[in-house]
Design a protein around this ligand. Structure first.
Ligand code: GLC
Ligand code: CA
Length: 575
């Protein structure tokens, strides 16, 4: 293969850290940068190559730091810029790279830029955000400029009494959208959010909501799909707008091309592989790779994600195949992920978190992830098989603005209809973002060793931390943790096949098992995964030649080759 295929960000595995929930070093109940530094050898020892740190910037924390009030400062409870410099050094000295979260679709309403923008209609920074006059209904009622619903429920427009205009916020009211049409604003973003940290040595960015910066200037109404309410889902109108590719090329030429970086963009609402290829084609100098959303949207409701509909295994297989294969024959690149800070835990969503199956399920998913093509991303706690919060937790234990706003909007809309609320609750139990934000489970001491604070962490600790934690898994040869380490090594040992190979599918309509193949030159592997809690018949696909078992999550398979045990996963390698 040619040289570009051996770029570090293709072969590397990324480990995502959510600073609030990783490790609390000073017992205030909140994770922090020194806490992460204290775990850096643990991270290195996993066999990963890069750390992606979720936002640690100064922020009023309405959306857990995705509402940034100063790109050039650290949220004081997390530490200081000097602590970040120490973290960069701690990573680099161990051969790890560090990428930061780049949140530049919006800022916090407490950012100095917005404070100035809202001062008056003639302020020099007025045009740095998206302001529009009100509309008026026939009866004179003041209405927002259009019917867009924000991601966190309610209108995407907020009325500003002082200047008598609305501003746009696709997320929380306190997250006003920046106006990317303004070249001065773009330059300020590049300097403050990117150059500041690149000059300190960070190795790139995970770029938040990367396809929403260009919204066009018309901002038309969205079609009505949610009857009986004014605000409508509108992401197809504000994602992938007319100047999107131009903006990313500009960002690349003006900033990123000066450094040896990696970029991975978050790309919701982009189902067309040809369109995705435009973002990740290496010839087109925009992004190195993206997170396509189909896999994490799986089962979510059409009108709102928290109206869960469920899914069939064949749908999951088709999605995986589509986003594994879309780069075939192109100069683009893909990613492998099934968890992050916005998702329920993969064991609970895609396999089984029942006590008798959860370890095997975690290993099954580890096999699947480690055998797939693209840059692999693991989320903190995934390596020990952390699971969703217990279903007994009431809504009061949840903290996330997305879940709470939706729950309360349905309560209001339906006048507390028990059935409607039970359905939302069920959906939150599967998909809620809070599941990923529970404190990391380090050991079996109080609060899972995450914090020494007497009354516990900022977010409730999982009830099962004594059974699922790092300390108990480190020295247990058969633990999920050691299985992940082994799988990451196996992936590296066969990187042509697993990281770069061509993905092929077998028996796609089967709703119980997922069997896929990987090929690279003469190398060949077959992966067989049983996604049910019962035994399933299995036949190795025809024409694969002689193969031997490379990995199994249940030990040997002597004599039972044609049966896959519940949640069993296997990898065969051609001899
Ligand atoms: C992204 C982040 C999410 C955040 C949102 C707004 O989707 O991953 O956590 O709420 O952007 O910044
Ligand atoms: Ca702390």
């Amino acid at each position: 293969m040619s040289a570009p295929n051996r770029i570090w960000w293709k072969d590397g595995t990324v480990y995502q850290i959510y600073p609030a929930s990783y490790k609390d070093s000073n017992n205030d109940g909140l994770g922090d940068i020194p806490g992460i530094i204290s775990k850096i050898d643990y991270i290195k020892d996993l066999g990963v190559d890069l750390v992606w740190l979720s936002p640690m910037y100064d922020s009023p924390q309405l959306d857990m730091g995705y509402d940034i009030s100063n790109y050039e400062a650290v949220y004081p409870p997390y530490g200081t810029v000097a602590d970040m410099e120490t973290l960069i050094e701690a990573c680099h000295s161990r051969g790890l790279r560090l990428i930061l979260d780049l949140v530049i679709n919006h800022t916090s309403d407490e950012h100095q830029w917005f404070k100035e923008s809202r001062r008056s209609k003639t302020d020099p920074k007025r045009d740095w955000y998206i302001w529009r006059p009100a509309k008026y209904a026939a009866d004179g009622t003041r209405m927002p400029p259009n019917n867009w619903r924000s991601f966190f429920s309610g209108s995407a427009w907020q009325w500003d009494e002082h200047t008598q205009e609305y501003y746009l916020h696709l997320f929380a009211t306190q997250q006003p959208d920046l106006n990317w049409e303004n070249a001065t604003t773009r330059r300020a973003i590049y300097d403050s959010a990117m150059e500041f940290w690149l000059q300190k040595g960070v190795d790139g960015f995970r770029i938040d909501t990367v396809n929403m910066y260009s919204k066009g200037t018309d901002l038309p109404d969205a079609p009505v799909i949610d009857q009986g309410i004014f605000e409508q889902p509108a992401s197809s109108l504000f994602c992938n707008g007319p100047r999107m590719h131009e903006f990313l090329r500009e960002m690349n030429t003006q900033v990123l091309s000066k450094y040896d970086t990696m970029t991975v963009g978050e790309l919701p609402d982009t189902p067309d592989p040809k369109h995705v290829l435009r973002y990740v084609s290496s010839g087109d100098k925009q992004l190195d790779m993206i997170f396509q959303f189909d896999i994490v949207d799986l089962g979510g409701g059409k009108i709102h994600k928290y109206e869960y509909e469920g899914y069939q295994l064949s749908e999951m297989k088709a999605i995986i195949a589509k986003w594994q294969q879309f780069i075939d024959g192109s100069d683009g690149w893909t990613t492998v992920f099934c968890e992050n800070h916005d998702q329920g835990r993969s064991v609970s969503r895609f396999a089984s978190d029942a006590p008798e199956w959860r370890e095997r399920s975690s290993k099954l998913l580890a096999i699947m992830m480690c055998a797939m093509t693209g840059t692999l991303f693991i989320y903190q706690g995934q390596e020990i098989g952390m699971i969703n919060a217990p279903t007994a937790w009431p809504i009061e234990y949840y903290k996330d603005i997305e879940a709470l706003n939706y729950y309360h909007s349905v309560a209001k809309r339906t006048n507390n209809d028990t059935e409607a609320l039970a359905h939302v609750m069920k959906s939150i139990q599967i998909l809620g973002r809070d599941h990923a934000r529970l404190p990391m489970q380090w050991d079996s001491t109080p609060y899972a060793g995450f914090t020494g604070k007497k009354d516990g962490a900022w977010m409730r600790t999982h009830d099962l931390y004594k059974e699922i934690n790092v300390a108990s898994q480190l020295n247990a040869p058969d633990s999920v943790l050691n299985f992940w380490k082994k799988m990451l090594q196996t992936r590296k040992a066969h990187k042509d096949l697993f990281i770069h190979g061509r993905f092929e599918t077998f028996d796609m309509d089967n709703q119980e098992t997922f069997v896929f193949g990987k090929t690279f030159g003469q190398d060949r592997a077959v992966v067989a995964l049983n996604f049910t809690d019962s035994e399933q018949p299995f036949k190795r696909p025809q024409g694969q030649g002689k193969m031997q078992l490379l990995v199994s999550n249940v030990g040997g398979v002597d004599g039972t080759e044609d049966i896959l045990l519940p949640y069993e996963g296997r990898v065969y390698l051609a001899l």
